[in-house]
Design a protein around this ligand. Structure first.
Ligand code: HSE
Length: 412
């Protein structure tokens, strides 16, 4: 019997305990040994839990217990999760975490400790909830030069956008529902403002391209500025607006990496990823495009990924599984304003016809989008590929033009 501990009995941690109890037999068969939860760390009381006798408020009961071989961290946040996870690894314990904030900020350091100690540090649940993505990226796609990853990485914002677009639900109501369903972060601004998606694209980019990408290096925009007018233009153009985390490897070795709402054609494999679902597209030189799809948030889907990592660690107690990336580097992520793509613009102009002419003489032919009932002076269009820096300069030089919206148009 392998003894483990769970730190944090919130949505995910309680789901992990539940799955381990419910599927104990089949999990033991797959792991080759039974798995027993010896300790659960939480400051709260859970007298009705079937594991009520295992709760402790003292981290020492876990880190100092030599019988505990694997520690699951589902507390979230950096404090005290970073300190606790580091001390568990230093004490020779294998660790599984669902904590994307921790991995995005400290993954390189924690992986280095795990490597030095010949331990496993796994975090499949940190990206895409229950979707298997990190292990496939690291192992099944290992033959490929992966050069691009683009994903709908946040279930809450996708749920909110879907409810707004398809059901006309108000933003606040949709967000409150996502919170009630256990999808949202404790502080939902981490979802709405794109920080959660940013952490996930950092983890994906670090793993795929081999060097740590820090959240501070990633230009991040959330969904709060998206209006129903933009949604209407997207529909008239033939697409949808989705919050996308994207990482693309340039020929010079640097990355384009950002989180932004983007305009996706209905033909895109990510366009029909709705509600709390996540979709992650990976482009490799041998495989072409491959898309991973499933529930990106929620108690049991996320617990499913955590428990799979625990099973993997039980099977590899004596051999470290190779999952590693190097430290980050300044300048590794290029300035987002250099990245070239077609742009959707919604402009307020004194003279839309003259404005379009001037833009076309600078950029080449643009696709004008007509929307019924658009206010006078509004101009919606998609430009040819242009960098944000060049577009900004061009718009600033236009007399009588204000940009209401500017979104990159996806090429996937
Ligand atoms: N708040 C996150 C989301 C939870 O909505 O995707 C899963 O990471």
């Amino acid at each position: 019997m392998i003894q483990i501990a769970i730190m944090g009995h919130g949505v995910v941690g309680s789901g992990v305990a539940e799955v381990l109890l419910k599927n104990a037999k089949s999990i033991a068969r797959k792991a080759g040994e039974g798995i027993e939860v010896k300790r659960i760390l939480d400051l709260r009381e859970f007298p009705d839990s079937p594991l009520a006798d295992r709760f402790t408020k003292d981290f020492g009961d876990i880190v100092d217990d030599p019988d505990i071989r694997i520690v699951v961290e589902t507390m979230g946040g950096l404090t005290p999760a970073y300190d606790y996870v580091k001390r568990c690894l230093e004490a020779g314990k294998n660790v599984v975490t669902s904590n994307k904030e921790l991995v995005a900020a400290k993954g390189d350091e924690l992986l280095a400790i795990a490597k030095e100690k010949n331990l496993n540090f796994l975090f499949e649940a940190s990206v895409g909830g229950g979707i298997p993505i990190l292990r496939p990226l690291d192992q099944c796609l290992a033959a490929n030069e992966v050069y691009e990853i683009a994903g709908i990485l946040n279930g809450t914002t996708n749920f909110v956008l879907t409810k707004m677009i398809h059901e006309g639900m108000a933003f606040e109501d949709a967000l409150a529902l996502a919170q009630r369903l256990g999808y949202a972060e404790r502080d939902p601004s981490a979802d709405v403002d794109g920080h959660d998606a940013c952490r996930k694209i950092c983890i994906l980019a670090s793993l795929a391209f081999g060097r740590h990408v820090h959240p501070e290096q990633v230009h991040t925009v959330g969904i709060s500025a998206i209006t129903l007018a933009d949604v209407k233009y997207a529909e008239a153009w033939g697409g949808v607006i989705k919050l996308i985390g994207r990482a693309h490897k340039r020929e010079d070795g640097r990355l384009d990496c950002f989180v932004e709402p983007m305009l996706l054609s209905h033909a895109s494999q990510l366009a029909e990823v709705n509600d709390v679902f996540n979709g992650i597209l990976v482009r490799g030189d041998a495989i072409g495009d491959v898309v991973f799809y499933g529930r990106g948030a929620g108690k049991l889907p996320t617990a499913s990924a955590v428990v799979a990592d625990v099973i993997d660690e039980v099977k590899h107690l004596k051999a470290r599984k190779y999952l590693f990336w190097e430290k980050g580097q300044e300048g590794y992520v290029a300035d987002y304003r250099e990245a070239v793509s077609p742009m959707f613009l919604r402009l307020r102009c004194g003279d839309p016809g003259a404005c379009l002419e001037r833009l076309e003489s600078a950029l080449g032919p643009c696709a004008r989008i007509a929307v019924e009932g658009a206010p006078a002076g509004e101009l919606g269009l998609v430009t040819p590929p242009v960098s944000e820096a060049d577009l900004e300069a061009l718009l600033a030089a236009q007399p009588d033009v204000a940009a209401e919206s500017r979104l990159r148009v996806a090429d996937f």
